[in-house]
Structures are given as C-alpha cells and as structure tokens.
Design a protein around this ligand. Structure first.
Ligand code: HEC
Ligand code: HEC
Length: 198
C-alpha cells in the first residue's frame, strides 16, 4: 500500500495528536503492522522485528528517523515520512506498546555457523579488535536501554545494518560504525545467524 494511503486509512493525517498519544496499540495495528507484522513480529526480513525491543531504543530510533539523523536508504524510503507524523507522546506510546510484546524464540540453523557466531557474540575476536557484543547488548542479546535487543531479529536485517554502519549512511551511531568495521563478512554472517536463532 502506498504510504499516503496508509496514513489516510489510519487517520493519522486528520487526527489531533492528543488522541493518538493515548493509543499506541491501535496505531501499531493500523499503521505499523502492515510492514512490521502483528505485534511487531514481522515475517519479511525487509522489516525489522519490534516485539520486545527496549523502549529507550525504539524512542531513539523514531526520533532519529524524524530528525533525519538515521539516514540509510531504507530509513529514508520507509521511515522518514511516517516518523515525521509522530509527536513525542505518540513515539513514547508506540515504544511502550512494542516493548511489551512478547519475545518469540527464533529457529535453529547450521550448528557450526551458530557456534562460531555464539563465540563472537560472547567473547568478540580479541586479536582483530572485535569487542564482545554481549558486553553492550546483554548476555541473552535482550538489549538494555539504548543498546538494542538483537535476539530473534532477522539475520538479513542485522547484516544490512552492519553494512550501513560500515558505509556511513546510518551515520548517527559512531560506536557501532567502529565495531562494524572490525567484523569480516564471515564473522558478521555467523553472528547474525546466531542472533536470529535466539
Ligand atoms: C511501509 C513499511 C513500514 C511501515 C508502515 C512502518 N515501518 Fe518501521 N521500518 C520499515 C523498514 C523497511 C525499516 C528498516 C529501515 C532500515 O533498514 O534502515 C523500519 C525500521 C523501523 C525501526 C527501527 C528498528 C530497529 O531495529 O532499528 C523502528 C523503531 C520502526 N521502523 C518503527 C515503526 C513504527 C512505530 C511504525 C508505525 C508508526 C512503522 N515503523 C511503520 C518499514 C515500515
Ligand atoms: C560498546 C557497546 C556495543 C558493542 C560492544 C556492540 N554494540 Fe551493537 N549497538 C550498540 C548501540 C549503542 C547500538 C544502537 C545504535 C543506535 O543508536 O542507532 C547498536 C546497534 C546494533 C545493531 C543494529 C540493531 C538494529 O535493530 O538496527 C546491530 C546489528 C548491532 N549493534 C550488532 C552488534 C554486534 C554483532 C556486535 C558484536 C560484534 C555489537 N553490536 C557490539 C552498541 C554496541
């Protein structure tokens, strides 16, 4: 569905902001679910999963889209227009809603690949300067504050983010940009496969 139609169907263009602020759940179902899936658990790897994501990270990303600080091509194409329609109270209510949606365990994959991804996640690659992902993203990749949950996220989406950190278009995250540069393509693939399986 074209974005303008989505916005019109959801009533987003016409409704006063105080009304939508009250109902993150309704807005999520009417507007976000078309891409991010029911309760934020999207099926297509084009669209990141939002269920059980930390509220602080969700708020930071929606504001990042709104302020054009997160500027990779897919962010521009898909999220800038929507985020421009959301005031702070609505951002907060959407973040509260998605953060309360339950985590859904991922499916296992190739055992050797997952084992090598698990190793990188927990210990990094010390001689290549790759830090342990767990030190920021949490022992179970559950996230904490503005460190996002990575567990159960689509492998393809995770790899795309490592790519946009590297090429500088998602330019508002200097820490992850530095880390992305330390990962070889094989290491990135392994750790992303491991995370999707969690
Ligand atoms: C037309 C499809 C579409 C709709 C509708 C949509 N999104 Fe998105 N959203 C995307 C895509 C695609 C991305 C990934 C952008 C990227 O790769 O840079 C994204 C990314 C995000 C992210 C970043 C997630 C992360 O892990 O970093 C958040 C948060 C988000 N969307 C929230 C929302 C909310 C809230 C709504 C409803 C108000 C919404 N989106 C509606 C397509 C959509
Ligand atoms: C020093 C802390 C730190 C470490 C270590 C770290 N990260 Fe991150 N990571 C972050 C922060 C902060 C963000 C959110 C960036 C932003 O605000 O956009 C992030 C975001 C990400 C994202 C984007 C998630 C999304 O939903 O869009 C991916 C993928 C990621 N990290 C993977 C990794 C991997 C893989 C490792 C280990 C090799 C790792 N990170 C280690 C701090 C860290």
């Amino acid at each position: 569905m074209p974005l303008v139609t989505l916005l019109a169907v959801s009533g987003l263009i016409l409704m006063p902001s105080s009304t939508w602020a009250e109902d993150g759940a309704r807005l999520a179902a009417q507007l976000c679910s078309a891409c991010h899936g029911v309760h934020g658990h999207s099926e297509s790897p084009m669209f990141p999963r939002l269920n059980a994501q930390t509220p602080e990270y969700l708020v930071a990303q929606l504001k990042g889209f709104r302020e054009h600080a997160r500027a990779e091509t897919d962010a521009r194409s898909y999220m800038w227009a929507i985020a421009s329609q959301l005031d702070d109270a609505t951002v907060q209510s959407l973040a509260d809603y998605f953060s309360r949606q339950e985590a859904i365990p991922g499916a296992a994959g190739d055992a050797a690949l997952l084992a090598s991804g698990h190793e990188i996640f927990e210990h990094g690659v010390p001689d290549k300067g790759v830090p342990a992902c767990a030190s920021c993203h949490g022992a179970q990749a559950q996230g904490a504050g503005t460190f996002p949950r990575l567990a159960g996220q689509h492998q393809e989406y995770l790899l795309r983010q490592i790519e946009v950190f590297k090429n500088g278009t998602r330019g508002n995250a200097p820490v992850m940009t530095a880390i992305a540069h330390t990962l070889s393509p094989e290491q990135a693939e392994a750790v992303a496969a491991y995370l999707q399986s969690r």
